[in-house]
Design a protein around this ligand. Sequence first.
Ligand SMILES: C[S@@+](CC[C@H](N)C(=O)[O-])C[C@H]1O[C@@H](n2cnc3c(N)ncnc32)[C@H](O)[C@@H]1O
Length: 337
Amino acid sequence: MCQNQRDTLAELSESNFSIRMVLKIFIAITEMLHEIENGYYAAENIVQQLEANLLNDDLDSLEKCQLEKRLLEEQKVRDELFHMKNFADTFNLSMNSFLINATVFLMYVNRWFYKLLHFFTRKNNLLERWMMHIQQFDHGRADFFDNLAAKWDEISPAPSDDMIKKFLDRLNISTGNVVLDVGAGTGLLVPYLMKYDPAKVIAMDLSKKMLGRLADKFQTIYHTRLEILHNDVHCLDIPAESVDVAVCNSVFPHFGDKPKALAEMYRVLKTGGELSIHHFTGREKINSVHASLSHEIIRTDILDDMQTLVLLLQEIGFIIQETIDTEKEFFLLAIKP
Ligand SMILES: C[S@@+](CC[C@H](N)C(=O)[O-])C[C@H]1O[C@@H](n2cnc3c(N)ncnc32)[C@H](O)[C@@H]1O
């Protein structure tokens, strides 16, 4: 019965002192219980033997008397051993159930330990993401656009309906799609995007005040089909692989870390999803307007030439579908393979 424990003991190195001690005690107790059990069966045998001898008719009265005396003594020993055996059996059972309970308990502890570990790792990830939100949020540009929000619709030259439709028709927005309007501003594209009957348009922007204007104009019209998200493109609160089409209109030059912004948009796009980078005017005009601004950060918001941009997107993993680089329009369409 103890062979397993003995084998384990033999295998354990000297360094496992505590486990060796526990096993040694366990073996000693088990051996002692065995001795008691064997003693009881031996005593029972003797008693049975004596009882058989007593039935012999050849015995004289003295021999019979001595035998009866011996039988009484042996029965006493047997009965004592019987009680000890009963105690040993109960003890053995308790020890076994203790070991089983201890194992079950340790398994529970183990499971809870991993649950806690999982919880803290998750919490750590959330904490990490929250820290990223704080560290990566572009307060400089957010303030700049916040200050312009109230008058944005009057000061920004609005493209014609036809220009907007022509641009959006080049994308493959289908019924039921999730469309992400990156840097949506006051929502220039929102009513046009809704015409494609998407499941949802996520209007995301860095500026709370721009989004406030957007909400005033469109929230009651589109209800839940319009999700307004105050985010920085460098750290999006959007699950991976959940967006069909991402649109960056008049916003790409403002991204402080372009590879990071592209990688984040790549993450949220579904396989086969589209990213478009677009301006309703040519690259040179955009760069000269930004360079003329008094705001220090915005002055450096330059739109790279098409070739540089194409390489950047390809490095992230995008496949380029179409490019237009004229005096009147800048357009790039890419797919996440
Ligand atoms: C020139 S406006 C364009 C707004 C809109 N797309 C349109 O076509 O009218 C640029 C917008 O991009 C937003 N923006 C700039 N940097 C951003 C960033 N890192 N993440 C999200 N939005 C950003 C600004 O807050 C601003 O509302």
